[in-house]
Design a protein around this ligand. Structure first.
Ligand SMILES: NC(=O)c1ccc[n+]([C@@H]2O[C@H](COP(=O)([O-])OP(=O)(O)OC[C@H]3O[C@@H](n4cnc5c(N)ncnc54)[C@H](O)[C@@H]3O)[C@@H](O)[C@H]2O)c1
Length: 224
């Protein structure tokens, strides 16, 4: 592995992407890290304040769906790897307005991989979610998701992430693009956006407000 990799991290002004950038800059000081982020409501540039002045870090405000901007960045930086954290990531919002989830999560992924094909890449990594597998029965704690578990999505968010995963696998099979996919479960920690489950529960509990829980409601997933 070269010691001077250049890595584009998309969605790095969000929760997990920013923590990934801090980790990489700390652990691999010879790497060049470029954060590409649209700065939606979920992105916060001040999160990256502590690394903004580092000579091996660059922030670029752009949309992963903007082919011209993405290609231009590849031409400027010749990245060895792309790690795609950029996504619309909130389930409730996807139920209210699925369109932007299809745009960013599926089309944006395709634009990034097209750039990887055009300019060449060592690795494209797609950050996905365990939500592509759906739910496990509460009374079967012996069951786990595995890589062989069938895709069984339950929201426009998880469907858009599953769609992107299938596209990533298709780019590997069709074009030989070197790809990996990770499907983590719920993360929590510093810089977590307050609309997500754990910070929401804590904030609501502290404010003595109701705690929203999903379950088997009349429509298969109502708030209880
Ligand atoms: N948070 C979790 O527990 C969790 C669990 C499993 C998987 N994931 C996945 O991890 C990734 C990161 O999640 P997160 O919780 O950090 O998300 P987040 O919502 O905190 O951050 C998303 C970031 O992406 C940026 N972004 C959104 N649309 C963009 C676009 N079109 N172009 C460029 N940037 C854009 C936003 O500005 C923001 O900075 C997502 O792909 C999500 O699906 C998250």
């Amino acid at each position: 592995m070269p010691t001077n990799l250049t890595i584009i991290v998309t969605g790095g002004a969000g929760f997990i992407g920013s923590n990934f950038i801090f980790h990489m800059l700390d652990k691999y000081p010879a790497y060049r890290i470029i954060c590409l982020d649209k700065l939606t409501y979920a992105g916060n540039l001040s999160t990256l304040a502590s690394v903004m002045d580092k000579p091996n870090f660059r922030f670029v405000k752009a949309d992963i769906c903007d082919r011209e901007a993405v290609y231009q960045l590849f031409e400027e930086e010749h990245p060895h790897m792309v790690v795609n954290f950029a996504a619309e990531s909130h389930v409730d919002r996807s139920i209210e307005d699925p369109g932007i989830f299809l745009e960013t999560n599926i089309k944006g992924t395709a634009v990034l991989m097209d750039a990887c094909r055009k300019y060449g890449i060592m690795r494209y990594h797609q950050v996905s979610t365990d939500e592509v597998y759906g739910d496990l029965p509460l009374d079967r704690p012996d069951l786990f998701f595995t890589e062989e578990t069938p895709i069984h999505t339950s929201s426009p968010y998880s469907s858009s992430k599953a769609g992107a995963d299938l596209l990533v696998m298709a780019y590997h099979r069709t074009y030989g693009l070197p790809v990996t996919i990770s499907r983590c479960s719920n993360n929590y920690g510093p810089y977590h956006f307050p609309e997500k489950l754990i910070p929401l529960m804590i904030a609501n509990a502290l404010a003595d407000k109701p705690l929203p829980v999903y379950g088997e409601g009349i429509n298969g997933g109502d708030r209880l």
